[in-house]
Design a protein around this ligand. Structure first.
Ligand code: IPE
Ligand code: IPE
Ligand code: MG
Length: 257
């Protein structure tokens, strides 16, 4: 399935975001406030992912994408990185069956080559088991970087189509990006108070509505998601057009947009 590109066409903007992408930040600070080790925050953060999956299904959100580990997170202390890898493994082991029962399709995007074989195998098994599900597509971005994604796409495109090198257009690259199976995110949420993209979906966020909240990820719940969706509903998604064009949807200018 080919999805509308926000820069080449005007995507349908429905009341409920079809795709929500989240930077789950603030686990360490959540733990610190409770005099707990940072890893306790990561553990608790998994609960928030679980509740977000349910909340998205209940609300009819079709795609939920969560940033679990960035290509820059390897710079963290070794023991924290190794805890995060173990946590990823244990969560996959415990949750894949339940995700499948709930009709969730699991996808993992990122450079898997740095992960240990057991983790890669679990990811592949989980993706294969849930491939036919269509209630919600849950994408976990792990060892993901927006720049990595664009570079790997360019490399694959140029290897497959060397004859067009020098003349590539957006539509040529799009199918090689790691989230080509999903529409572009409608709503981006970053918890934890920082207002930056941190090398998340650089290409795909071109026209996404951005929402930043001070809430720390382990404390982010369904009510917090509803607040983000309410903010999203108040936005005017113009995709380059003027407000007047949106007010008169039948007008010729809006039609040619
Ligand atoms: C986000 O929480 C989780 C990961 C990056 C893995 P942090 O660990 O960044 O928490 P803070 O930002 O230090 O509070
Ligand atoms: C972004 O959080 C990455 C994830 C949530 C996985 P960070 O906490 O690593 O981001 P920076 O370093 O503060 O930008
Ligand atoms: Mg952080």
């Amino acid at each position: 399935m080919i999805f509308t590109s926000s820069t080449r066409d005007i995507p349908d903007a429905s009341e409920m975001p079809r795709h929500v992408a989240i930077i789950m930040d603030g686990n360490g600070r959540w733990a610190k406030k409770r005099f707990l080790p940072r890893i306790a925050g990561h553990k608790r953060g998994v609960e928030s992912v679980r509740s977000m999956v349910k909340a998205c299904i209940d609300r009819g959100v079709e795609y939920l994408t969560v940033f679990a580990f960035s290509s820059e997170n390897w710079r963290r202390p070794e023991d924290e990185v190794s805890f995060l890898m173990k946590l990823f493994i244990s969560v996959l082991e415990a949750e894949i069956g339940k995700l499948n029962e709930n009709g969730v399709r699991l996808k993992v995007v990122g450079d898997l080559s740095r992960f240990e074989p057991h983790l890669v195998e679990l990811i592949q098994r989980g993706e294969a088991l849930t491939a036919g599900n269509d209630r919600l597509t849950l994408t976990v971005a792990a060892n993901y970087g927006g720049r990595w994604d664009i570079v790997q796409a360019v490399n694959r495109l140029s290897a497959e189509h060397p004859e067009r090198a020098g003349n590539y257009v957006e539509a040529d690259l799009a199918p090689y990006l790691s989230m080509a199976y999903a529409p572009e995110p409608d709503l981006f949420i970053r918890t934890g108070g920082e207002e930056r993209i941190s090398n998340f979906l650089l290409w795909q966020l071109a026209y996404t509505e951005l929402y930043f909240t001070e809430q720390l990820w382990p404390a982010f719940d369904a009510a917090a998601l509803d607040a983000a969706i309410a903010s999203y509903r108040g936005r005017e998604r113009r995709f380059g057009r003027t407000s007047q064009q949106l007010e008169r949807p039948g007008s010729p200018a809006a039609n040619d947009a």
